[in-house]
Design a protein around this ligand. Structure first.
Ligand SMILES: *Cc1c(COP(=O)(O)O)cnc(C)c1O
Length: 469
């Protein structure tokens, strides 16, 4: 049995090496249909009544992971905000699975809780929040952090609703996001009893950022109509175009109108690590709460979002609960199950701590700067190749089209299809105020200029190929 485990670990080690070695030798996209995948799985595992050797299983699952999914850790995955993963994160996750601490209650996982708090305080420092008195937690991702933000703001502003429900309020609460905000804000409104109609979409300025004057006008109009504005969520790094809402100007409106200011920096938070990019987020230190996804830009595995709030009492009100069966923590110490949405809690912070400690903040800042610079390089190459840029973010999200797409000569989606089928790169598409755009985001710390050349070449080849069909 011990040999069997050792052999599995050897396979694992080999795979980790392969990821560091030459990931470019592999396709980015799978070349097999989901029907065929299902057929193979039925064939192989239709009978699960008896166990099988772990080593064999490991080898087969490595093949599944390598060949049946889009390889988001590939340097030419220019996709949504999914990074290549550093080895420290992989090691951290293996250790967490092995020891399996449950961080619901401090008393049963004191060391893990202390290390998580230590780690989160580093991020609080970067945000400019009061480190001693602010609340912070790891979440499964940005969506859960945004949900916590909405619930915390409600607990702060409408304490009565925590006991009596939203229906007990005299006026209907409404919140504000930009037209390009992430869908998880609306989902949080749906799931918290506010309703999706409570989400007001503020128009964008010419750079796809929330227009703070339009925000002020919407708030006044809603108030006059008998509604209760309570929260504005600015986005730092939109998913569509990498835009950063003007945080300082939004903060002024929030202060004037008495709104809770949430900043969704799920993606853009990374700017705080880089001396060059940091000014982009100036104003974030005034927020009441912040979302920042470690798993989007810190080159670590999925499942590590972060939530920060300077209002500890509101967090306690939103999530506080009595449970006689939980281990008791020391006087004055809050347990994670009573300050967050989750109950049983995986040690999510270890992969963040280990990546941070292994790379150092300077290493991660260098990655951030290099990836941002590649974004500018990609813009230059696309322009040179005759494409039209549709956004101008400092963050490496590049939205583009081509005069022949605009003229209706070729369909943008056909070009996208061809690029994906080539297996040489992955990009996506996005609708910018109704206009079709191809979207390429540099997400991997492994990406280099040759990868950009390859991408531009593939998109050009697709454009010409589609034209000839
Ligand atoms: C990705 C993203 C989210 C959602 O985060 P998950 O980690 O996917 O749950 C929220 N807001 C923004 C701006 C995002 O880019």
């Amino acid at each position: 049995m011990q040999d069997e485990v050792a052999r599995c670990l050897a396979l694992l080690a080999r795979e980790i090496e392969a990821h560091r070695g030459d990931p470019r030798a592999r396709r980015v996209t799978p070349a097999i249909s989901s029907r065929e995948m299902r057929r193979q799985i039925e064939n192989r595992y239709g009978d699960l009544s008896r166990g099988r050797p772990l080593r064999e299983l490991t080898a087969e699952m490595i093949r599944l992971l390598r060949e049946w999914n889009v390889q988001i850790t590939h340097p030419r995955y220019f996709g949504l905000f999914n990074p290549s993963v550093k080895p420290a994160s992989v090691v951290a996750d293996a250790l967490v699975s092995l020891f399996n601490p449950n961080l619901a209650a401090r008393a049963a996982a004191e060391g893990a809780c202390v290390l998580e708090r230590f780690t989160l305080e580093r991020f609080l420092g970067l945000l400019g929040f009061p480190v001693e008195t602010s609340e912070a937690s790891f979440t499964s991702g940005g969506a859960e952090a945004n949900h916590q933000a909405v619930l915390t703001a409600m607990a702060h502003r409408f304490p009565r609703a925590i006991e009596e429900g939203v229906g007990a309020l005299d006026r209907r609460p409404v919140l504000y996001v930009s037209a390009d905000a992430h869908g998880s804000m609306a989902k949080a409104a749906q799931a918290s009893g506010l309703g999706s109609r409570a989400v007001r979409r503020v128009p964008l300025d010419g750079r796809r950022r929330m227009d703070p004057e339009a925000l002020g006008r919407l708030v006044s109009a809603d108030r006059a109509a008998g509604l209760e504005p309570f929260l504005v969520a600015a986005t730092a790094g939109t998913t569509a175009a990498g835009a950063v809402d003007p945080l300082e100007a939004v903060a002024i409106v929030a202060a004037r109108e008495g709104l809770w200011l949430h900043v969704d920096a799920a993606y853009g938070g990374i700017a705080l690590l880089s001396r060059r990019l940091k000014p982009l987020l100036s104003g974030i230190e005034q927020a009441d709460s912040v979302t920042w996804d470690a798993h989007k830009t810190l080159s670590l595995a999925l499942g590590a979002g972060m939530f920060f709030s300077r209002h500890r009492e509101a967090v306690a009100r939103a999530f506080g609960i009595e449970a006689g069966y939980m281990p008791r923590s020391a006087e004055g110490e809050e347990d994670p199950y009573a300050t967050t949405l989750q109950w049983s809690r995986r040690f999510l912070g270890l992969r963040v701590f280990m990546t941070l400690a292994a790379e150092g903040t300077s290493g991660l800042a260098e990655d951030a700067d290099r990836v941002a610079a590649l974004g500018h390089e990609l813009r230059a190459r696309l322009t040179q190749a005759g494409f039209t840029l549709l956004n101008d973010s400092e963050l490496p999200v590049v939205c583009f089209t081509h005069p022949r797409i605009d003229a209706g000569e070729v369909r943008g989606l056909d070009i996208l299809d061809r690029v994906l089928r080539s297996g040489r790169a992955w990009i996506s598409h996005v609708s910018l105020s109704g206009r079709f755009a191809l979207r390429a985001c540099v997400t991997s710390y492994l990406a280099n200029e040759a990868d950009l050349d390859c991408l531009v070449e593939e998109v050009r080849a697709a454009l010409n190929g589609v034209g000839r069909e």
